[in-house]
Structure formats: structure tokens, C-alpha cells
Design a protein around this ligand. Structure first.
Ligand code: BGP
Length: 484
């Protein structure tokens, strides 16, 4: 019996990719409301999709239509949450990961008191989940920073944002602590260097004299301090609560056994784990500090920051895992996109329609590596495959490729558990089709549930169960024993 009895099976989403209702109920502008769908650009060119400038933000704010801003409409979970949660319950979900949009509670991020409509919305969602016996896992920051803080402070580069975020989190704990035991601070906290705007509200135009990379490290430091404060606060305000960090696990292998490739790979992997090192061990790793110094990056800090980071370490480690890549010093090595990264192609792996390399064994390696390094419970909070699904006339979707993807990953999870890894749970990304974080496409479909909507927002929003819906239901029912 490899999966523990209390294993938390479920699915994960983010408010900005599903809720819609972007200007309803007093919600303010968030960074995701200006994320633009850019048709005609190669989907593998993720950088072009996520690039943003001050002018682009202004242009987006002057345009209140949502056609080219799909995150404004999401899949209208705001009005469909009962139906969607019922479908999750039908699949047997034990847990559902969702985020609370900061701008629904504090439209500009700077109000003294929270917006009551926003509070009421999440109250209703959590009540419904309680009724359905689904445990919430809540991300406090998932690409939903108030746009106002971005324009006024250049996002997290400014220290003042720490207290504003803590105020938002305090409200969440006070209001929803009775429903929510499991929390995460920053989604893919490492994402700041790959997509500074949606992760931390940083606009290159506003970085002034500092280069953008230095701004990112400064912002990251502020996020580490905020995470420390919020973790401590969560433990104080909600007895028995558990706080996790969240990492994009970017598994990188050396392309060859040439020591040069191995050394380059080691560097990449150390960089990837730096974030969890800080949040688990409560201090910056010396090699990273030295590397920043060599690069002339000087983080501004206050003496109390390091005590806060030390005292606010996490209870568990959560991560997303979609793909792996390789590293090589050969400048001509063929590259392929992954989760907002370009890596060197691995000839032993196949790729998704979006070029992400599928590597179930890499998940097992990641689990073992993380558990061995941190000796803390792990939670896989994102894993899945974005594909071009076809809705048949009878309303079915035959997504055997998705079932195959999940089956192979679950088999590797089983092996890792059997090897002794403490795995608390698994939430697929995403249980229902939603708007892509990187490309803002709807056609990059992840769900067990199909949503009738295209990239430009046409469609009935009707939900339909894919073949994988029934398969996942069976997996959960058998607690992972029946993967046929
Ligand atoms: C992660 C994000 C999610 C998400 C997923 C898939 O990085 O945390 O928000 O969407 O990747 O990425 P995409 O939507 O770009 O395919």
C-alpha cells in the first residue's frame, strides 16, 4: 500500500487563471489583468508572451474589453464555483489548492480595511468546500499583486510592500483560519527572475539606475522577509496550521558526462534550490551570497531581517513539477522550452505540444533529492500536461495522452514513497481547463474537465468531463492502487 491512508489527492488552480469577474465586487486591478494574449507568436517563445513594459500596462488599462486579456475572464469560476467544486467532489478530491486574489480583499493593496464583497466571496467558497469535505490548500500570492503597488512602488522592490502583504495575510488568517489549515506563501518563489512582472510586480522601466536582475534579488529578499513574518503569524493565529514554501522544481541533468557539463548543471541546480534553502534552513546559502557578491549585486537589508527569516521557516515543502531539461556548455546544443525556461534538449525524452519535455522519472529524482536535502514533508502542488484537446460532438474528450502522463508520474511517486519519501499529497495542475499563465491561451488545456471557451473568449463556458476525469476518480477511490 504505497500511498498513505491520509494522502491528499486533488487539484490546483490560481485565482487569476480561473475566477474572471475581474472588475466585479469591488476588485482592483491586478498584474494579471494586464497580461496580454498575443496570437501569432510561436508558443515556444515564452519570453515574447510574458514580456511587458510600462507602455503596455498603460495601454491595457485604457482598454476595459477582455478579448486580449483572458485572465480578466478566466473560466468564470466566480459564478461557477459551486458547479466546479461539485465536479471536484465527484472525482473524490480530498484537497483543492486555490489562491486568494489580493485585489479582491485590498483593491489597491493599501486600504486600511478589507473589501467586504471580496471577503464574502471566499467565505462562500470555503463554506462550500467544507460542505463537500474538501480540504483547502491556499496560496497567498499567485501572480495577483495589486497593479497599483507595481506602478507606485515597482512592486516588491520596495520594502513598504512587506507590511502591506502582511496586512493582507493577517486578514486571510483571521477570516479563513477556521476553514484553512494548509497555506503557501509565494507560488514558485523562484519565478521572480524568470517573470518579474507577474510574480513580483517589477517593471523594467521602473528599475532606474539598478539593473532588472538586481531589482529582482532585492524584491526576492523582501519576499523572504515577508514569508518569514507571515509563517510566524500563521502559526500564532491558527493553531495547528501548516505553512509551506513553493518551488518550481526545474530538474536539470548534464547533457553529457563531460565535467564541464556536470559543473554547469550543478550551478543550475544549486540556483534552483537556493529559494527553498532560505525558507527551510532560515538563512542564505554561502555559495549564493558569494555568487551575488561576484556579480556586484548588493541586497539592502535590515539586521532584523535575518532573524525573521530564521524564525519563520516552513513546515513542509511544496513544488511544481512539469518537465526536466539538460544543461551543456556547447553553445550550439539544441534548446527546448519548459516552464518559462529554455533548456537543452534531452534526446531520451518526448515533449508536449508546447515543447515541455515529459520526464516522470525526473519527478522521482526530485522527490528523493528534496527529501534528502530537507528531511521535511513534501507536497506536489502542480503537475500536469498542457495539450490540444478535441471536444467530440457527443461532449466527450478522449485524452489518453493525459491519462498516460499522470499514470507514469504516479508510478514514480509510488516508488519514491516506497523508498521512504514523506509525501503529503498531490494536486494536479489543473483539474479544470483554465487560462495559461505564460501564454494566456485557453487552448493549452490541462483539465480533467473541459471548458467550452476559446482563446478569444468565445464559447458557452459549459463544463464537460474528459476521459481522464473518470480515470482520476478511480485513482483517488483506490488511493492510487488502480492506475490502469
Ligand atoms: C506554473 C504556474 C501556474 C501554471 C503552470 C503551467 O508555473 O504556477 O500558474 O499555469 O505553471 O504553466 P502555463 O500555464 O504557462 O502552461
Amino acid at each position: 500500500m504505497p500511498f498513505p491512508k491520509e494522502f491528499l489527492w486533488g487539484g490546483a488552480v490560481a485565482a487569476n487563471q480561473i475566477e474572471g469577474a475581474w472588475n466585479t465586487g469591488g476588485k482592483g486591478w491586478s498584474v494579471s489583468d494586464v497580461a496580454t494574449y498575443k496570437p501569432g507568436i510561436d508558443v515556444k517563445n515564452y519570453e515574447a508572451h510574458i514580456s511587458i513594459s510600462g507602455d503596455a500596462v498603460k495601454k491595457a488599462m485604457a482598454d476595459t474589453d477582455d478579448t486580449y486579456y483572458p485572465k480578466r475572464r478566466g473560466i468564470d469560476f466566480y459564478h461557477h464555483y459551486k458547479e466546479d467544486l461539485a465536479l471536484f467532489a465527484e472525482m473524490g478530491f480530498k484537497v483543492f489548492r486555490l489562491s486568494i486574489a489580493w485585489t479582491r480583499l485590498f483593491p489597491t493593496g493599501e486600504e486600511d480595511t478589507p473589501n467586504s464583497d471580496g471577503l464574502a466571496f471566499y467565505e462562500d467558497v470555503f463554506k462550500e468546500m467544507q460542505r463537500l469535505d474538501i480540504e483547502p490548500l491556499v496560496t497567498l500570492s499567485h501572480d495577483e499583486m495589486p497593479l497599483s503597488l507595481c506602478l507606485k512602488y515597482n512592486g516588491w522592490t520596495d520594502r513598504r510592500v512587506i507590511d502591506l502583504f502582511v496586512r493582507f495575510c493577517r486578514t486571510c488568517f483571521a477570516q479563513y483560519g477556521k476553514y484553512v489549515k494548509y497555506w503557501l506563501t509565494f507560488n514558485e518563489v523562484d519565478g521572480i527572475l524568470r517573470h518579474p512582472f507577474i510574480t513580483a510586480g517589477i517593471l523594467p522601466d521602473l528599475c532606474g539606475e539598478q539593473n532588472e536582475t538586481a531589482c529582482c534579488y532585492q524584491a526576492l529578499h523582501h519576499q523572504f522577509v515577508a514569508a518569514g513574518m507571515v509563517t510566524k503569524l500563521c502559526h500564532q493565529m491558527i493553531p495547528g496550521s501548516k505553512m509551506g514554501c513553493m518551488l518550481t522544481k526545474l530538474m536539470t541533468y548534464p547533457r553529457t558526462c563531460a565535467p564541464e557539463d556536470v559543473a554547469a548543471t550543478q550551478k543550475k541546480n544549486l540556483e534552483n534550490m537556493f529559494y527553498t534553502d532560505v525558507m527551510v534552513f532560515g538563512k542564505y546559502p554561502p555559495l549564493i551570497l558569494r555568487d551575488l557578491e561576484k556579480r556586484g549585486i548588493h541586497i539592502q537589508s535590515e539586521p532584523k531581517d535575518f532573524q525573521i527569516i530564521r524564525e519563520g521557516t516552513v513546515d513542509f515543502i511544496s513544488f511544481s513539477y512539469y518537465m526536466s531539461m539538460t544543461e551543456s556548455v556547447d553553445p550550439h546544443a539544441e534548446r527546448t522550452p519548459g516552464n518559462a525556461v529554455l533548456g537543452v534538449k534531452n534526446p531520451y525524452l518526448t515533449s508536449s505540444d508546447w515543447g515541455w519535455q515529459v520526464d516522470p522519472i525526473g519527478l522521482r529524482i526530485s522527490l528523493i533529492e528534496l527529501y534528502d536535502r530537507y528531511n521535511k514533508p513534501l507536497f506536489i502542488v502542480e503537475n500536469g500536461i498542457g495539450s490540444k484537446d478535441i471536444l467530440e460532438e457527443d461532449g466527450s474528450v478522449h485524452d489518453s495522452y493525459r491519462i498516460d502522463y499522470f499514470r507514469r508520474h504516479f508510478q514514480e511517486m509510488e516508488k519514491a514513497i516506497d523508498d521512504g519519501v514523506e509525501l503529503m499529497g498531490y494536486t494536479s495542475w489543473a483539474p479544470i481547463d483554465l487560462v495559461s499563465a505564460s501564454t494566456s491561451q485557453m487552448s493549452k488545456r490541462y483539465g480533467f474537465i473541459y471548458v467550452d471557451q476559446d482563446d478569444l473568449g468565445h464559447g458557452t463556458l459549459k463544463r464537460a468531463k474528459k476521459d481522464s476525469f473518470y480515470w482520476y476518480q478511480k485513482v483517488i477511490r483506490s488511493n492510487g492502487e488502480d492506475l490502469t
